[in-house]
Design a protein around this ligand. Structure first.
Ligand SMILES: Nc1ncnc2c1ncn2[C@@H]1O[C@H](COP(=O)(O)OP(=O)(O)OP(=O)(O)O)[C@@H](O)[C@H]1O
Ligand SMILES: [Mg+2]
Length: 255
């Protein structure tokens, strides 16, 4: 079993998954010196790198697509070795965090073989890190296909609308239906304003999800988003940063 703690962030489009994942990573880096962290962007429309201020050159899907062309494989090199080499190449390394970007679906054809290798790769790579944090895509493909082997803690994100909460409830049902190894699931409500938590109370209860906290609508997040600034650089006293810190403490994420 990999030693890393696997954390996944799920929820429908636009609710604040990438924002929360970036703030979670920011918190892990600032609270625990010297730990190793792998971030995985599993959204086909990848933008976690941007939120972290990291430059991504190639996605895993792009690199795997290249391995389908026999001419791209050096003479005498077995295909599996070539794919493993490509997977290693796709890792973006930085001082605090390494990043893997899955990328979107590529050309037609079966991906079973590369997916098998990707699964093994993610399983073994976990042994090199203390935390693996996954920004999931809305459809949870990688979790249902088990490309991501095991999840210790999943955060389902909803915005502050009743429709958002109902949608989080459906994500919850989907995860339970998968019978996959997700140990703990929590709900986080984002972009909350005065009174929104009170008005959503009944809707939240109906989902059966455990609410671990809310992240208020933060003008600084809006500002950084507009200016294209990495969320990683938000000040310690930003309301969103403080909210994420207390959520992570409550969820027992810090070792
Ligand atoms: N706490 C917050 N305060 C203010 N704005 C926020 C907050 N959380 C998220 N946002 C804004 O909401 C929008 C969507 O957020 P984000 O990109 O994190 O969502 P997502 O779930 O990752 O979306 P996608 O499904 O497209 O990947 C962004 O413009 C982001 O800046
Ligand atoms: Mg996102």
């Amino acid at each position: 079993m990999a030693k890393a703690k696997y954390i996944a962030v799920a929820g429908k489009g636009g609710v604040g998954k990438t924002t929360f994942t970036a703030l979670l990573l920011r918190q892990l880096v600032s609270q625990q010196k010297g730990i190793s962290i792998l971030a995985v962007d599993a959204d086909p429309n990848a933008n976690l790198g941007e939120a972290l201020g990291l430059t991504v050159t190639a996605t895993i899907s792009e690199l795997l697509e290249q391995s389908k062309d026999p001419k791209a494989i050096p003479a005498g090199m077995p295909k599996n070795i070539f794919i493993e080499y490509k997977l290693q190449q796709s890792l973006v390394e930085s001082k605090d965090i390494d990043l893997l970007v899955m990328g979107g679906p590529q050309g037609a054809g079966c991906y079973c073989y590369p997916n098998d290798l990707l699964r093994k790769y993610l399983e073994t790579i976990g042994e090199n890190y203390d935390y693996v944090a996954v920004d999931s895509e809305a459809g949870l493909e990688h979790i249902s296909r088990r490309t991501i082997p095991h999840i210790d803690c999943m955060f389902v994100i909803s915005d502050s609308s009743a429709r958002g909460i109902r949608s989080a409830g459906r994500v919850h049902d989907l995860i339970r239906g998968l019978k996959s190894a997700v140990e703990t699931i929590y709900l986080i409500v984002t972009k909350s304003t005065e009174g929104s938590m009170e008005s959503l109370k009944e809707e939240i209860e109906r989902t059966g999800l455990t609410l671990i906290g809310d992240i208020p609508l933060d003008p600084l997040v809006v500002e950084y988003d507009l200016a294209g600034k990495p969320l990683f650089d938000l000040p310690d006293d930003a309301v969103s940063v403080k909210a994420v810190e207390s959520i992570l403490h409550r969820a027992g994420i810090f070792n």
